[in-house]
Write a protein that binds this ligand. Sequence first.
Ligand SMILES: [Zn+2]
Length: 425
Amino acid sequence: MSRMLLRHARLIDGSGAAPREAQAVLIEDGRIAAVAADAELAGVEAATAIDLAGRTLLPGFIDCHAHLGAYDYELEARIATPASLTVMRTLPQLRDTLEAGVTTVREAGGLDAGFRLAQEQGLIDSPRLLVSIVILAQTGGIWDIACASGAKLDLAGAMGQVVRYCGGVEAMRQIARELLAAGADLLNIHTTSSLHKHPERLPHAMFTPAEIAAVVEEAHNAGKRVMAHVDGGPGVANAIRAGVDSVDHPYHLSDADIELLLQHRTWLVPTLSCNYGIVRIAERDPHAGIHESSLRAARQLIAIHTEGFTRAVKAGVRFAMGSDSFGRFQGDNLFELQLMVDAGCTPMQAIVAATGDAARCCGLERETGTIAPGKRADLVCVDGDPLADIRILQDRRRLSLVMQDGRCAVDRLRAGPDDGTCAAR
Ligand SMILES: [Zn+2]
């Protein structure tokens, strides 16, 4: 049995409880065996003991909405990219996300079950993955390029099946079953039109309530969840009423939508970073392929998006962290916590949204999300106090440790051996 003892930590356990000083965490075979005051675990023998004095220990972060396989924005580049190249470009993005402190990701379309298996089998450095495989979208929905000439570009195929266009209750039921059989951990359905095409008007609904309900029924029958990719408008209410488990990035959120979220106890995953991501990428690289109209829409949507989230939090809607990270924005996931605080959350609320509540949103609360006995040893140690300044979580130099299943993905306290185990101290 391998045993590791983390000592002298300031502990934020992810449950929302107040931080506790001088705490020790005992890890056995990749799981948390005990959490107690230092004095209580002082006599425990462990192969590795790590002194975390002056640092804060938190659960590994969970990103409930990211697009880790997305890379290019230019249509031509997407079409020309072989699937193997997409895979190879995705691997460093996965590692980068893990090294940023994100130990679990709920993937919102683009990665298949092979990525999850590769992480589970230790073949790649990656957050633990829940994959939706594709986004279910209606014809004319997200990324569907229909030309006035009648010509149609099957961008879904070009992007390695990021999107599956579909419609009709029975056809969608069948597709949902196929995806679940192919190893989808959840299903992802896009129930509104995209605002990036027409930011000046409210998105219209995509799919009928019956179509959404069929997908939800199939997922729930299989014990899986459904996330709804929404931009706003009547498709938000359709999704909530049909029983989806989370509503992700509604830029427009009406008071009636908020009332429905409360009634159905549906999770809200705001992904406030989404539009900032588009602006940041375009500013960093003018040749990144972000269309001028998308950039304009993103700038326009930031204020509307934030205002809706603030209203939902005040009303008591339960929410979880998602970054909507995509392409060259990977690894900046924890910027979302800063945006949540800027939108009116306390730093503790933002941390819980990205740990304990994120685990609940994903259905992983028995495995991860809090620092408690029995949970996987997914831990992040930061030099300083994130409750005093939430931005320190984005500073890689201050992330002393990132641990996943008890294995160090990052160890800045002392360089460990290359096999990822922490050096004995
Ligand atoms: Zn998304």
